[in-house]
Design a protein around this ligand. Structure first.
Ligand SMILES: Cc1cc2nc3c(=O)[nH]c(=O)nc-3n(C[C@H](O)[C@H](O)[C@H](O)COP(=O)(O)OP(=O)(O)OC[C@H]3O[C@@H](n4cnc5c(N)ncnc54)[C@H](O)[C@@H]3O)c2cc1C
Length: 383
């Protein structure tokens, strides 16, 4: 059985802002036996469309879902696990943890020192610009969520400052194709977790600076600067009501530019060796990220210049209900490709779980098949 505390596709119903669209194109949204068949394969689904897509999958696959059942504890016992829920207790031999990688916002501790006059929001609270007080907004984090929210807030007429830490720069399209087509076709997304050089790092990599818009626009830092978004460095601390930012934007930008160039080189190499040259446009290179002439190293949060802070500093899973010692000091599940370090316990839906594409919806099909094969063998041996 599948236990869900809310409704099917709960995270897409309840935990996304109004304008959110997938950054993966429609043709890439696929679940086992179900793929996008609408009129716009190169478009990007809204959260409502993702909800409908997952709901359809639940119906077509006749998944035995029990909604409105919150799991409050899972612990070893009996012939497997004792599961306590808001609707009673269940005993089972195996458990697959599919509770998501993004249950909470990862907000730095120093947020507690932000003056009370400044409103603070996370992507879980944020629905749209109208919700924020008039005036300046400081968006923290320049990955997919941060760049999208900074652009939307700037578009609403507010002065926006974006605090930039480590980020992954990508053009929306490259040589005439969606950049995620290149990830897919070149096999980069199929790289397996046991072939990735630094798996811990790969699993913690920020999401790429991408947005899904009808015009397939690139939303990198240059695009944001052109819209009038002011860039500052990584937010390091709050002292006496002042936000203190790191310097070194130039180095950070160069590193992100360099990594993007390397990735584009890999795509070019692949297109050449696999005979795709004729199908795609000529190689492209993009202008380096522009370094602002001067950047502020601090901002007085009591001056009224900043009325709201939006924390786009990433997400964390929540395993507060898991009474099995398989979560590390950083709150991440210890597992080997979805096989958790406790017999009969499995995981799905985590970043780079078994391959790079595991981070995305299109990654679940192969992952689920392999993890369930292991689970079935486990049950067969026990029998
Ligand atoms: C802001 C954002 C944007 C994204 N954009 C894209 C994108 O463009 N393309 C893409 O392919 N992927 C995207 N992803 C990733 C995508 O969301 C995941 O790949 C996918 O949602 C994983 O599905 P899941 O079912 O494993 O996890 P989730 O969608 O997180 O679902 C987990 C479910 O478990 C339930 N749950 C949690 N704890 C309990 C409990 N204790 N008891 C009962 N139920 C519980 C939750 O209610 C939820 O419904 C994005 C993620 C985020 C956060």
């Amino acid at each position: 059985m599948v236990l869900e505390r809310g409704e099917v596709a709960n995270s897409w119903r309840r935990e996304r802002w109004e304008s959110l669209r997938l950054l993966t194109p429609n043709w890439q949204s696929r679940l086992p036996g179900l793929r996008y068949e609408g009129p716009d394969p190169d478009g990007y689904m809204s959260a409502g469309e993702v909800t409908a897509f997952i709901e359809r999958f639940a119906n077509v696959s006749r998944a035995p879902v029990r909604t409105g059942v919150n799991v409050t504890s899972v612990r070893p016992g009996g012939d497997g696990y004792h599961v306590t829920t808001s609707r009673g207790k269940i005993g089972c031999r195996t458990v697959v943890i599919a509770s998501g990688a993004c249950n909470r916002s990862a907000v730095p501790r120093f947020s507690g020192a932000v003056p009370a006059s400044v409103e603070q929001l996370t992507p879980f609270d944020y629905r749209g610009p109208a919700q924020l007080p008039d005036g300046g907004v400081l968006v923290v984090g320049a990955s997919a969520t941060g760049v999208q929210l900074a652009a939307e807030l700037r578009g609403s007429g507010r002065p926006v400052t974006l605090s930039v830490g480590e980020h992954v720069r990508l053009p929306r399209t490259y040589r005439g194709r969606d950049v995620l087509w290149w990830m897919d076709a070149s096999g980069l997304w199929d790289q397996r977790y046991d072939e990735v050089e630094d798996l811990t790092r790969a699993r913690r990599l920020p999401s790429p600076q991408l947005v899904g818009t009808p015009g397939r626009a690139t939303l990198d830092l240059n695009a944001l600067t052109s819209m009038g978004v002011a860039l500052v460095g990584r937010w390091a601390a709050v002292r006496d009501g002042r936000a203190l930012f790191s310097g070194g934007l130039r180095n950070m930008f160069s590193l992100a530019d360099l990594k993007m160039e390397r990735l584009l080189d890999t795509f070019d190499e692949w297109a050449k060796t696999d005979g795709y040259e004729a199908e795609v446009g000529p190689p492209e290179r993009f202008a380096p990220t522009r370094v602002p002439e001067s950047t502020r190293l601090q901002l007085d949060l009591r001056s009224g210049e900043i009325r709201a802070v939006v924390w786009a500093t990433g997400f964390r899973p929540d395993y507060g209900w898991l009474d099995v010692p398989v979560v590390d000091a950083k709150g991440q599940l210890r597992h080997d490709g979805g096989v958790v370090d406790c017999p009969g316990l499995y995981a799905l839906g985590l970043p780079v779980l078994r391959r790079r594409r595991s981070t995305f919806i299109c990654g679940i099909e192969d992952d689920a098949r392999e993890v369930i094969e292991h689970l079935a063998r486990f049950l067969a041996v026990r029998r």
